[in-house]
Design a protein around this ligand. Sequence first.
Ligand code: NAD
Length: 461
Amino acid sequence: MNLLGLTAADIMDRVTKIESGGKAAGRWKLRALKVEAVYISLFHEVKTLNSVLSTSSHKNVGDPLFTLISQVKSSCKLALKELSRWMTPEKVKTSLTTYPSSAEIVSEPLGVVLVISTWNFPFLLSLDPVIGAISAGNAVVLKPSEIAPATSSLLSRLVEEYLDNSAIRIVEGAVNETTALLEQKWDKILYTGSARVGRIVMAAAAKHLTPVILELGGKCPAVVDSNINLQVAVRRIIAGKWACNNGQACIGVDYIITTKDFASKLIDSLRYELEQFFGQDPMKSQDISRIVSSSHFARLVQLLDEDNVSDKVVFGGQRDENQLKIAPTILLDIPEDSRLMQEEIFGPLMPIQTVEKLEDSFEIINSKPKPLASYLFTNEEQLKKDFVQKISSGGMLINDTILHVVAEGLPFGGVGESGMGSYHGKFSFDAFSHKKSVLYRSFAGDASVRYPPYTPEKQRL
Ligand code: NAD
């Protein structure tokens, strides 16, 4: 197949030539040039990026979407600064069994990798994996999401105009194109999106024994204690839900658990701060993102209008189908078996579930598939320790939301239903490298015990 005017074998050939020709310094330079090109394209096109993002999600400059463009730049800068160190073979100690010898771990490119991206943070979630893949010396094909079409076509133009097209290609399209891509043999696939499609990707990859990184989602809980700085906690929860793409974020807060006697104080504070941020009529606020599509809008309205939850709304609930807008909405104590408490919400609806004591929250969280992130707000040291020990999630953040995703040095990825594998920074480089074990021996130390005949004397050794 020749989807790109270039077969995977052509790309692989190109990579092999790049990687096998020249010294390590030359390989570093080639990879660095490609990363630098990503950086330069973002730098030159920042105005276009801003206007595309504004029209596609009704956002203002300064909001997290724009911050995430600078996050891609930071990833480029980090890779450029650290690449030669990441590429340096790691020396390891050897044991008596192989004496005399030396050993090292050599990071080699995997070959041609496929990145399938999603729509909610389309630049970051497309380009961050690409930076990792090219830093590690691979050729990469990127398939952006068709649900963010303006971004997808802009990415396509940027890649064609600024980047080395023999090693970085874009295939635009939806299910048919992705299906065709998945029929090919890749050396690794990084997929970001829903667990439903994650299963399709993994099944397709299995046919070729291709390893996968699955960056999926889940229901990310925030457990809120009464021993907190209430205003700061509430503002950070708002930042991690409604101010973050109006809840359409994989690590956005999905639901809150607090104690029965603290719930009303928490809700009052949320109500007050939401009005400070988005005004008395949030439907008129320019800082509330629209819902990405009419089908996602219909799904959220259905969740909200289910019989067993519709009378539990304590704040918000307004929706406007023409604008695809839903106001920040809080529901109190909805049934655990409601769809809102069973499915990932991925929107501006926030159930608050109350418990007698906060430790009871662990059982609720652990009864669901492992989330991509979990949050705790407390000043209690013992509670922090228990939370870290008893809750399993992709990442965890105490006393804030979202920020762990940009913390340099931390891997980003899920566990269980929220995904497998991780990336970001050095972890991206590692995720797209093969760690080749190399043992160096001389001809000395040729112990006869290895060789037949295995006499009783030898076996006694
Ligand atoms: P999706 O899974 O529907 O789409 C993502 C990609 O898969 C797109 O490129 C799309 O073209 C492709 N795709 C869709 N259907 C396909 C099919 N049948 N066969 C092959 N490819 C197909 O993504 P979505 O549901 O719009 O995204 C939301 C989900 O993504 C949420 O669960 C969210 O938590 C998760 N997410 C995770 C991360 C992360 O970094 N872990 C980031 C953003 C979103």
